[in-house]
Design a protein around this ligand. Structure first.
Ligand SMILES: Nc1ncnc2c1ncn2[C@@H]1O[C@H](COP(=O)(O)OP(=O)(O)OP(=O)(O)O)[C@@H](O)[C@H]1O
Ligand SMILES: O=c1ccn([C@@H]2O[C@H](COP(=O)(O)O)[C@@H](O)[C@H]2O)c(=O)[nH]1
Length: 337
């Protein structure tokens, strides 16, 4: 999940990129395997792949106003001015339904990094770093054979220089923030992907699974609502029969002999809906417990969740499992009118 605020735009309109947008930067030298591994990440983890180099190449091919400038930077292995690249990335993110992105080959330098954080206002979840020795990079690029204007020995030298002088400091910056996941990229494609998989498998559940735009607080609150409903219902007269007929008897160690013996005289329609509400809330309680990590990803939400759970335990509002079983298996038709 994005770790920065999402202020309104200058024109007062709502920021398009949501708080739940997840960004992973994929970095490594030219030829380290970023473009090879990213489609696999998309396939396994459902991220949207944004390749900065491809977005720039599309600008060249569409003969946009920046096309020639970008082409010249690319031929020289130089880094295109940040506003151009960041704008392309931002547009692609805003146009995507998917809100989880792997951004491949960006940020290339400090200026790129600062521009992205200032304009898009998202900090990366982490940086996936493909670490590969220079000789292997050169060998791979020379064998790539995809007709790229920059895959020649002269430009490779320039790109590697730019990588070591400008991109490595960005990786080091994120490393100082403990955000770098380093992968040994010198091994086979499959071996590398095994490591990539274990990195993504460790992602916080919301970042791994969520594609929606709810904040975790909203998700948490919504999932808690049925609990609140049953809480109110259980303290109202409406559920009194159950409490007297089952819970209180069980808690005193006196299980009712039979349902019909113990159930107080109430018209059948009084009980309508109970069997829906209680199991619903219990399932919800279980879901919240199991998926707590998914919904409560930020520290405050997790604390509220734990506090709520403690309160429920403290007040012992929920009947025991065997009481519930008894309750739900009761034959409503058999109840006295
Ligand atoms: N683990 C690997 N072992 C051997 N060859 C690989 C491996 N990963 C990728 N390659 C090959 O190396 C070449 C470069 O890989 P790729 O295009 O994925 O690198 P990249 O990091 O995206 O490069 P660039 O930054 O220049 O776009 C490709 O021909 C690819 O098939
Ligand atoms: O963020 C970026 C990404 C790329 N460039 C330019 O494009 C070429 C090729 O990039 P690849 O990622 O290797 O496909 C790169 O050498 C730069 O000239 C860029 O400026 N900024």
């Amino acid at each position: 999940m994005a770790t920065s605020e999402f202020p309104a735009q200058k024109d007062g309109s709502k920021a398009v990129l949501q708080e739940t947008t997840v960004v992973v930067f994929v970095l490594g030298g030219p030829g380290s395997g970023k473009g090879t591994q990213c489609p696999k990440i998309v396939e396994h983890f459902g991220f949207r792949h944004l390749c900065a180099g491809d977005l720039l190449q599309a600008e060249i091919e569409s003969e946009s106003e920046n096309g020639t400038l970008i082409q010249n930077f690319k031929k020289e292995g130089k880094i295109v001015p940040s506003e151009i690249t960041v704008k392309l990335l931002q547009q692609a993110m805003q146009q995507s339904d998917n809100k989880r992105f792997i951004v491949d080959g960006f940020p290339r330098n400090e200026e790129n990094r600062a521009a992205f954080e200032n304009i898009v206002r998202i900090k990366p979840e982490f940086v996936l770093f493909f670490d590969c020795p220079e000789e292997e990079l050169t060998k791979r690029i020379l064998n790539r054979n995809q007709g790229r204007v920059d895959d020649n020995i002269e430009t490779i030298g320039k790109r590697l220089k730019v990588y070591f002088e400008s991109t490595l400091p960005v990786i080091n910056y994120y490393n100082s923030k403990r955000k770098v996941q380093k992968i040994d990229a010198q091994r086979s494609i499959d071996e590398v992907f095994e490591d990539v998989k274990s990195v993504f498998a460790k992602l916080r559940p919301v970042a791994r699974l969520s594609n929606d735009s709810y904040s975790d607080t909203a998700v948490f609150t919504i999932s808690l609502l049925p609990l609140v409903v049953v809480e109110i219902a259980s303290t109202s007269k409406w559920l009194e029969p159950q409490k007297q007929g089952f819970t209180s008897e069980y808690k005193r160690g006196k299980a009712p002999k039979s349902k019909s013996d113990e159930m107080p005289a109430k018209p059948l329609d009084t009980f309508e809906g109970q069997a829906d509400i209680i199991p619903g809330s219990m399932i919800n309680l279980m879901l919240i417990s199991v998926l707590g990590g998914d919904t409560c990803t930020s520290a405050p939400t997790r604390h509220i969740f734990l506090a709520a759970m403690l309160l429920f335990v403290w007040f012992d509002q929920f009947p025991d499992a065997d009481v519930l079983q008894e309750l739900f298996s009761c034959d409503l038709q058999a109840l006295p009118a």
